[in-house]
Design a protein around this ligand. Structure first.
Ligand SMILES: [Zn+2]
Length: 424
């Protein structure tokens, strides 16, 4: 690698390190590559066996049945109006589609893992609401424990007043969760590594299922299976090291995915997704790179959909500010963008040999997850879960192997070219 590039990266990394907060998900990413055994020893989490919404537009109650009592905390968010309930890890054993519809003040709800040992329920409200009570009734006489959240209708003004009243408490909670993760396992810096590092990023997870096909197949599962296959192939090839942003059904925020790549000084970041559209004849894979200006209307709409992941998971976006403006970073960003384009073009050619591609298969839009200024990044939509043929491919082990081979070929070629260029 030319030395100016190395210096630039180091300088940009130093500026960024100061600007980006660390996160618990980084520790999780480190863990997926090293300790797999640890999960076996943990006790089984409490089980959620049922959930329902009762009441009307003045007062609505959310109830979830649990095998044991747990500690919960609840808070409300705006844009859009939501109520977030945090609890320790829970095994959600609920009927499919249970949160799809609501009643009264509640439009619907989602649930799932939000981090290691942490679950979350996000209740979508039709408008501003106040949390009257949130508590857990212990189990009595054969009845399960009950999580109860009582909501009252509010006006935008009374909602805002309540948010202002509780803001200090919420901010100190956010600070605690950041400071806990200060002791990050630091990755080996680029220059000291024997092999390039690839970060594979299976989209969505936990509370955010991504796109769901008509038959219930979920994007988060499809992309995790594919990412695991690709990791296996790359590791077997022995030319690169691999980290996944998630190795199980856990939610990881968009900011944390970017941070994982940046903190480990990754050489390449590949985000893996699957799309859906009401036009069920549309099919094929697409490779996306970052652009301020979307290549077309569909790409812009897709980026908006993928960027909504943090909203779906009930994150408070007002505390996520990490756009850094600095001349060094701008230079690094330009270089990174060129490498992203080189890889994307090769990947499109390579994928065309193993799977169906969409028309104009290289597109661009403003994806949050592609914004690490110092890591070449692409986002791949493997196909459409809304198309029957694509859906059967995406869930087939044979297809996964074939397409992962194409990815591995492209990745090997990309690093081969970079090493050759650096030796000149
Ligand atoms: Zn997605």
């Amino acid at each position: 690698m030319p030395s100016t590039t190395g210096l630039l990266r180091r300088a940009a990394a130093a500026v960024l390190a100061a600007a980006l907060a660390s996160s618990p998900a980084l520790a999780a990413a480190e863990a997926t590559s090293t300790d797999v055994k640890e999960t076996a020893a943990r006790p089984a989490p409490p089980r959620a066996s049922g959930a329902r919404v009762i009441g009307d537009a003045d007062r609505t109650r959310f109830v979830m049945d649990l095998s044991t009592g747990v500690d919960v905390s609840a808070f409300a968010l705006a844009d859009p109006y939501r109520v977030v309930v945090d609890l320790p890890e829970v095994a959600f054993d609920l009927p499919a589609g249970v949160g799809a519809a609501g009643r009264g003040l509640v439009k619907g709800f989602r649930y799932g893992l939000i981090g290691r040992g942490k679950s979350r329920i996000v209740i979508d409200a039709g408008g501003p609401v106040l949390i009257d009570k949130a508590f857990v009734l212990p189990p009595v006489e054969g009845q399960p424990a009950r999580l109860v959240v009582d909501l009252l209708g509010a006006t935008p003004a009374s909602f805002a007043a309540e948010q202002a009243r509780t803001a200090v408490a919420r901010r100190s909670m956010a600070e605690i969760s950041v400071s806990k993760s200060d002791r990050l396992p630091s990755g080996l810096a680029r220059a000291d590594r024997a092999r390039p590092l690839v970060v594979i990023d299976p989209g969505h997870g936990g509370i955010d299922p991504g796109t769901v096909a008509g038959n219930g197949v979920r994007e988060k599962d499809v992309v995790l299976a594919f990412a695991a296959e690709l990791k296996k192939k790359l590791e077997a090839g022995g030319r690169v090291d691999v980290i996944m942003t998630r190795g199980d059904d856990t939610f990881v925020s968009l900011g944390d995915r970017v941070r994982i790549a940046h903190e480990h000084e990754a050489d390449l970041f590949i985000s893996v997704h699957a799309d859906a559209t009401p036009e069920d004849f549309v099919r094929g894979a697409t490779v996306y790179t970052l652009s301020d200006k979307a290549s077309d209307r569909q790409a812009a709409a897709l980026a908006a959909k993928e960027n909504a992941s943090d909203v779906i998971a009930g994150l408070d976006l007002s505390v996520e500010t990490n756009e850094v403006s600095d001349i060094l970073i701008d230079l690094a960003r330009r270089e990174t963008r060129n490498f992203s384009l080189v890889f994307a073009r090769d990947l499109v050619t390579s994928l065309a040999t193993s799977t169906r591609m969409i028309r104009n298969p290289h597109r661009a839009a403003g994806f949050q997850v592609l914004k690490a200024p110092d890591v070449p990044s692409v986002l791949v939509e493997l196909g459409y879960l809304s198309n029957a043929q694509d859906e059967s491919l995406l869930t087939s082990a044979e297809w996964r192997t074939r397409v992962a081979d194409s990815f591995a070929d492209s990745i090997t070629r990309y690093f081969g070219q970079r090493l050759a260029a650096a030796a000149d």
